[in-house]
Design a protein around this ligand. Structure first.
Ligand code: MN
Ligand code: MN
Length: 387
């Protein structure tokens, strides 16, 4: 059994056939893209769809909250990143749990929630999140989320493994319900008769009381609070400003605990264009919060594909694939983006053109110097609406 298969079975993902036909097709396509021209002629599978409507799913719905997933089972092209749109009612808890397969990132879209998280060094953290705040829980760190009200909170979760499933994680109630009572009684230090009061199965998302302010203390008064917070206030950061928009970016440089993902909030003004570029070492996963956009990807061998995105849609661009994002519509567009690396890397077409002698561009394109001289020399990032 491969390591990957073991992991899949560990987190209950074997319940679904994750390597569906579409996933295989995308693997074949990505391998084909790496083939050298010497190996031609060969049929190259067209680029698969890179769009998924996560908010249009039913997902998991309970009295205290809901969750909609985009994992490799629903969105086969995204083998490296999974996402969940989760909502919690005031007081509701996403119970104590951990993920064996993936680190968890989140961006708070609306409302407020509280998290508790324990690190392997025994340090613990209790902290609150509001709109524009992000968190990062390294793989295996035990955590819980609670809606603080007023009103429902809504957050986008991202995981650094497309085969992860939020519905198949390691929950405290599931563990307790399935451990022999004799063992449990000794470990918890309560009589076996008291165990009947615990849930008989996994709670997942359940009702709870809205916590009173201020934050309650740890049960263990001697416990050291965390010295490495899991919280980063993305929207409080001064953004990078471009002619057509702005970007807030958090990588491991800004948030050292976030070692496996980089997150970007990108705002595009009407008519803006995120120029041609690629990411040498990371896949790009997108969630459209508001507004619309048209994304074009280039997958070698003349293969291109364009999709239109709007609120609640998820997009995915394979590592190394060229792409652009064209803002459409009259309302500004806001996109949350994840890369599956803690280090951010990008190469822009404009910088590449600027990094070559003009005679090379003349020869490569077969164009006169007068035209080559007009080409950009340095990236703009996000171009403003055409005057
Ligand atoms: Mn979690
Ligand atoms: Mn990009």
């Amino acid at each position: 059994m491969s390591e990957e298969t073991k992991h899949l079975q560990t987190e209950g993902i074997s319940r679904r056939s994750v390597f569906g036909a579409a996933a295989l097709a995308s693997l074949v396509a990505s391998q084909a893209a790496d083939a050298s021209p010497a190996e031609e002629p060969k049929a190259f599978a067209p680029l698969p769809s890179f769009k998924f409507d996560i908010e249009n799913q039913t997902g998991w719905v309970g009295e205290a909250g809901s969750a909609k997933e985009a994992t490799a089972a629903e969105f086969p092209i995204s083998q490296s990143i999974a996402g969940v749109s989760m909502r919690l009612k005031p007081g509701a808890i996403r119970e104590l749990h951990w993920h064996s397969l993936a680190a968890e990132w989140a961006y708070m879209l609306e409302g407020r929630c509280r998290a508790t998280v324990i690190s392997p060094n025994g340090q613990s953290e209790i902290t609150d999140f509001g709109p524009g705040d992000t968190w990062y829980f390294p793989r295996g760190h035990g955590h819980l989320l609670q809606g603080l009200g007023p009103g429902e909170c809504h957050f986008l979760l991202g995981f650094d493994n497309g085969h992860f499933s939020e519905y198949g994680t390691f929950s405290i109630t599931d563990w307790i319900a399935t451990t022999p009572p004799a063992v449990l009684s000794r470990v918890l230090g309560v009589p076996a008769s008291a165990l009947a009061q615990f849930p008989k199965k996994e709670v997942y998302i359940g009702p709870g009381k809205v916590p009173t302010e201020p934050i309650e203390n740890f049960r263990d008064g001697q416990l050291q609070p965390t010295q490495s917070s899991h919280k980063y206030r993305l929207d409080m950061q001064p953004p990078k400003v471009f002619p057509g928009g702005r970007e807030f970016i958090v990588s491991s440089k800004e948030f050292p605990i976030q070692t496996t993902l980089t997150a970007v909030r990108m705002d595009l003004q009407p008519g803006a264009l995120r120029e041609l570029h690629w990411h040498p070492h990371a896949d790009e996963w997108q969630y459209y919060v508001r507004g619309r956009a048209r994304v074009g990807i280039f997958g070698s061998h003349g293969r291109v594909r364009t999709e239109e995105f709007g609120p609640g849609h998820v997009g995915f661009v394979n590592q190394g694939y060229g792409h652009y994002i064209e803002q459409i519509g009259d309302e500004p567009t806001e996109v949350l983006i994840l890369f599956n690396s803690g280090e951010f890397q990008e190469i822009s077409l404009a910088n590449w053109l600027g990094g070559n002698p003009v005679s090379i561009l003349q020869d490569n394109f077969g164009i006169p110097k007068s035209l080559a001289d007009q080409l950009p020399k340095r990236e703009t990032g996000i171009l403003a609406r055409k005057a």
